[in-house]
Design a protein around this ligand. Structure first.
Ligand SMILES: *Cc1c(COP(=O)(O)O)cnc(C)c1O
Length: 362
């Protein structure tokens, strides 16, 4: 067996320890004679799994007691609809558009009410984060929406917007559990887990209790009401049991690693290796304004499409997988999620250095 270095943006690399543990427990989970995949979600074994899962993410993130943690399905794109359906009592919301995912979220919200784009970095192909300290926030806005880490463009919002008292909703999909965050500053924090946490199929929604409302937009389907899931401990219907279990193993791994402070240091150290290389390279360039660079997703280009293609082919053959960039940016993108080991980035940079020496035209 040989494992590659997988730089995919998502679904993405998972900790090897977690995969081994899942393999060990595959046929017989804790002596119950069956796999977690085969269990009733109403069984005590599964109830213990989801309870532990919630307790662990609460501990890792320091989630205050007045927030609920929901394990939902439908991916990020379902949250694009659930957020406005549940929160748009005034039918007005302010969106900060720093990339494709925020743009899609804003477009979906337009189906339900008035959307004001109060800041955008579309003018420079989303290569920076605009100043968010004094935005024209609507007096009637039901919430202010951000995508905090822009998976495609490789930027992160480090200074949260001044929402002028409005509730902040944040999509943290591609930075979930990569560093500590102060949940109390948000109304809702949500993330699809397939970027930095677990297998595709689970979306975790952390929501302040007063935002779990009865007076949602009238046509909101039962399954798309936060209250439905909050009232039933995320078991209104059959949840994605096995995927929740894997998320739980990842939470335990994160705790063993030392928690989110430690992950932040590790992630900073890893990203620095690649950014330092890009900053001195005569061939490869990062595409983002340095102060807004993501620790998780690092897009870079050579400026020559043929050379990019050659690099992607040769790096893939050498065991560095999924480095092709998103089509809207071109070039390459290395995603350096929690489970990417430090050596993976060091070896990638060695490979890039070698490639540069062999291909640079003086
Ligand atoms: C991948 C991604 C999404 C979309 O998630 P789906 O589960 O595919 O709907 C939304 N937001 C961000 C930041 C993402 O990285």
């Amino acid at each position: 067996m040989s494992r590659v270095y997988n730089f995919s943006a998502g679904p993405a690399v998972l900790p090897e320890e977690v995969l081994r543990k899942a393999a060990e427990e595959m046929l017989d989970y804790h002596g119950c004679g069956m796999s977690v995949m085969e269990m009733s979600h109403r069984s005590k074994d599964f109830q213990d799994i989801i309870d532990q899962c919630e307790a662990d993410i609460r501990e890792l993130m320091g989630i205050p007691d007045n927030y609920k943690v929901l394990f939902l399905q439908g991916g990020g794109n379902t949250q694009f609809a659930m957020v406005p359906m549940n929160l748009m009592q005034n039918k007005v919301a302010d969106y900060i558009v720093t990339g494709n995912w925020a743009k899609k979220a804003a477009k979906e919200a337009e189906l339900y009410g008035k959307v004001h784009v109060v800041a955008s970095s579309a003018d420079k192909n989303f290569t920076y984060i605009p100043d968010l300290s004094d935005l024209p926030i609507d007096e009637d806005a039901d919430y202010v929406y951000i995508c905090q880490n822009n998976t495609i463009y490789g930027t992160t919002i480090r200074e949260l917007p001044n929402t002028k008292g409005k509730d902040l909703v944040s999509d943290v999909s591609s930075m979930f559990l990569s560093e500590p965050m102060d949940v109390s500053r948000y109304g809702i924090v949500w993330g699809g887990v397939q970027k930095n946490v677990g297998p595709a199929g689970v979306t975790i929604v952390i929501i302040r209790e007063d935002l779990i409302r009865e007076d949602v937009l009238p046509f909101t389907p039962t399954m798309l009401r936060y209250k439905t899931h909050a009232d039933k401990g995320s078991m209104y219907n059959t949840p994605p049991c096995y995927n929740i279990y894997i998320c739980g193993l990842v939470f335990q791994w994160l705790k063993e690693m030392g928690g989110l402070e430690v992950m932040k240091e590790r992630n900073e150290r890893k990203a620095k290796v690649l950014y330092d290389f890009l900053d001195q390279s005569r061939m490869f360039h990062g595409t983002v304004v340095p102060k807004d660079r993501s620790l998780m997703n690092v897009p870079f280009v050579t400026g020559d499409k043929d050379l990019d293609a050659k690099f992607i082919a040769e790096s893939s053959a050498a065991g560095f997988k999924n480095l092709k960039g998103h089509r809207t940016v071109g070039g390459m993108r290395a995603s350096l999620y929690n489970a990417m080991p430090y050596e993976g980035v060091v070896k990638l940079v060695e490979f890039m250095d070698q490639f540069e020496k062999e291909n640079h035209k003086a």
